[in-house]
Design a protein around this ligand. Structure first.
Ligand code: NAD
Length: 299
């Protein structure tokens, strides 16, 4: 049986980061300032600390200014809202990202609602969700935007006639993914934890996007031969004896699916690297809008 082509998200993301870097340099030349991203972290969740560190480094590597705000876990909602208000007003800040999850005493929806939608480079603000829903320009969450870029790179911009199944209906991945696929003319099914006969639903799909968070749930015999499979899941298995860390796997049983699919993203090295690259892209777009300049082409 033919083995699926590997969709190399790492290489695509590196190329996107390089293009963003060039456009950021041109922006700095034209305006006298770098595009700026403020990242706010509340508390000391180890995974969040790693993500925030990686975002700051990626910003600087792309020639952007990074403003990190690390606040203690017991920060009050009023203090966080007042920081966001300052960042909304700050002319050096084009994008604002509040790292989720927030400690339980903070109201995530209220915090996100306080971000100026035109600086909401994560695309989580209700205004940006609404803009996506009605087809207006706005910020689209980074992970699904990265997935649609990979899909269009492989299948072309027009997905007419293709059946797509998205598994997972979260606000940050599944729902916006379904909307992006619909906008690209695919016929979309949004499956979730209450979907009956999920394997049969997935078997119809020319495009499968798995965003569940359950290791290797999607089996090889669920995949239609030749389908394009985008695996968003990042799951760490328990460590093998003698090893400190478990292996990272996606939501798709990769070895099985590779024998059936036409193309598939690996985990790691597929969707993961796209998320930060798209965050930089969104920040660059925000900077242009903020400076009253037309959006940079080709990104
Ligand atoms: P979430 O927990 O918010 O949503 C999971 C979704 O899966 C829910 O909508 C639920 O209905 C669905 N689901 C749960 N069990 C199911 C089942 N048995 N059958 C079908 N559907 C089921 O998760 P999320 O934030 O959307 O993230 C999903 C996965 O993607 C996680 O593994 C996460 O780590 C990963 N992720 C990766 C990136 C990246 O950069 N690559 C970014 C975001 C999330």
């Amino acid at each position: 049986m033919a083995t699926a082509a590997l969709i190399d998200g790492k290489a695509f993301a590196e190329d996107l980061r390089a293009r963003v870097g060039e456009a950021a340099a041109a922006f700095a030349q034209a305006t006298g300032r770098k595009p700026g991203l403020a990242v706010v972290l509340v508390g000391d969740d180890p995974a969040s600390q790693v993500y925030v560190g990686a975002k700051g480094k990626a910003c600087e590597a792309a020639g952007m200014a990074s403003f990190e705000h690390r606040l203690p876990a017991d920060t009050s909602e009023a203090a966080l809202l007042s920081l966001i208000e300052r960042l909304n007003q700050d002319e050096a800040v084009d994008g604002i990202l509040v790292q989720l999850p927030l400690p339980a005493h903070l109201d995530e929806q209220a915090i996100i609602a306080a971000i100026n939608p035109d600086k909401d480079v994560d695309g989580f603000h209700i205004s940006n969700a609404g803009r996506l829903a009605v087809g207006q320009a706005g910020f689209v969450p980074c992970t699904p935007l990265g997935c649609i870029m990979l899909l269009k790179d492989r299948l072309g911009d027009d997905l007419s006639g293709l059946d797509a199944v998205v598994i997972g209906r979260s606000n940050i991945v599944g729902k916006p993914m379904a909307q992006l696929l619909t906008d690209a003319n695919a016929t979309v099914t949004l499956a979730h934890s209450r979907t009956k006969n999920l394997a049969d639903v997935v078997r119809r799909a020319d495009i499968v996007v798995a965003a569940v968070g359950r290791p290797e749930m999607v089996r090889g015999d669920w995949i239609k031969p030749g389908a394009t499979v985008i695996d968003v899941g990042i799951n760490r298995l328990p460590p093998e004896p003698g090893k400190e860390k478990g292996k990272l796997v996606g939501d798709v049983a990769f070895a099985e699916a590779r024998d059936v699919a036409g193309a598939i993203t690996p985990v790691p090295g597929g969707v993961g690297p796209m998320t930060i690259a798209v965050l930089l892209r969104n920040t660059l777009v925000a900077a242009h809008a903020h400076a009253g300049q037309p959006a940079p082409g080709g990104l």
